[in-house]
Design a protein around this ligand. Structure first.
Ligand code: ADP
Ligand code: ZN
Length: 227
C-alpha cells in the first residue's frame, strides 16, 4: 500500500505513521528526516537546506522531489509499499509525485489527512522531544520518558528540534495554511482523500484507521490471509 500523510505540523502524523507501520509493515519516509540527513552531511546543498528549515520556510520543490524520486526508484525497501510523511507539501510536489508514480507504474492508494486544532498543535510541538540515537518520539506532558531526557528504548539523549520553538511554529503554520491546503483539494478530486481526527487519542485513531482500511477494497486484496 502506498500512502501520503497530510496535515499541519504537530497534528500527530508521526504517531499515525507508527500505527500504520505496526498494522501493515510498510516503511515510513519523512522528507523532513531526509532533509535533516542532508543537513548533517554539511554539503553545500545541506547548508542551503539548513538555512531554510531553521526559518520554517519550505525547501524548493526541485530539491525535495529529486530526493524523493531517488528514494522511490532506488530503495528496494519501498517495493512492498510506503507512506510519505511531510510530502507532498505543495501542489507542484503532488503533481511531481504522480508523474514519478506513473513512470514506475505504481499509483498512490490513499492520502490520509490528519486534522487538528491549533491549540492541540502548539501543545504537541512545544513539548515534543526526540531521541538522538533512535529517533523515538516523546512528549513532556503526554508521553514523558521514565528518566528525564533519556530515551526509554535505547538510553539515548533526548533533544528538542531547533524548529520546535514558538516563532518557527507560527511560521510553519502560516506556510502550511497557504500551500498545503491546496493539496487536500488535489487528492479529494482524485477520490483518494481520507480524513483522520488528530485531536483524538491514539487508541481511537487506531480504531478509525482499522475501519477505514477494512472498508477499502484495495487493502482487502493486499492483506495477507488470516490477518
Ligand atoms: P513538521 O511536519 O513538524 O513541520 P518536518 O520534519 O516534516 O516537520 O519538516 C521540517 C522542515 O523541513 C519543514 O519546515 C521544511 O522546511 C522542510 N521540509 C520537509 N518536507 C518538505 C517538503 N516536502 N517540501 C519542502 N520543505 C520540506
Ligand atoms: Zn532512543
Amino acid at each position: 500500500m502506498r500512502i501520503v500523510l497530510l496535515g499541519p505540523p504537530g497534528a500527530g502524523k508521526g504517531s499515525l505513521a507508527g500505527l500504520i507501520k505496526d498494522m501493515m509493515g510498510i516503511v515510513h519516509i519523512s522528507t523532513g528526516d531526509m532533509l535533516r540527513e542532508e543537513m548533517k552531511k554539511g554539503t553545500k546543498l545541506g547548508l542551503k537546506i539548513k538555512g531554510l528549515v531553521e526559518k520554517g520556510a519550505l525547501v524548493p520543490d526541485e530539491i525535495v522531489t529529486e530526493l524523493v524520486e531517488q528514494k522511490i526508484t532506488r530503495d528496494p525497501q519501498l517495493a512492498k509499499g510506503y507512506m510519505f510523511d511531510g510530502f507532498p507539501r505543495t501542489t507542484q510536489q503532488a503533481q511531481e509525485l504522480d508523474r514519478i508514480l506513473v513512470k514506475v507504474g505504481k499509483p498512490l492508494d490513499f492520502a490520509l489527512y490528519m486534522e487538528a486544532s491549533l491549540q492541540m498543535i502548539l501543545t504537541r510541538l512545544t513539548g515534543r522531544r526526540l531521541c538522538r540515537q533512535c529517533g523515538a518520539l516523546f512528549h513532556l506532558k503526554n508521553k514523558p520518558p521514565q528518566k528525564v531526557n533519556v530515551c526509554d528504548l535505547c538510553g539515548g539523549e533526548l533533544y528538542q528540534r531547533s524548529d520546535d520553538n514558538e516563532q518557527t511554529i507560527r511560521k510553519r503554520m502560516q506556510v502550511y495554511e497557504t500551500n498545503t491546503k491546496l493539496i487536500i483539494d488535489y487528492y479529494a478530486a482524485q477520490g483518494k482523500l481520507r480524513r483522520v481526527d488528530g485531536d483524538k487519542e491514539t487508541i481511537d485513531v487506531r480504531d478509525d484507521l482499522v475501519t477505514m482500511l477494512h472498508e477499502d477494497k484495495s487493502y482487502q486484496n493486499q492483506r495477507p490471509s488470516g490477518s
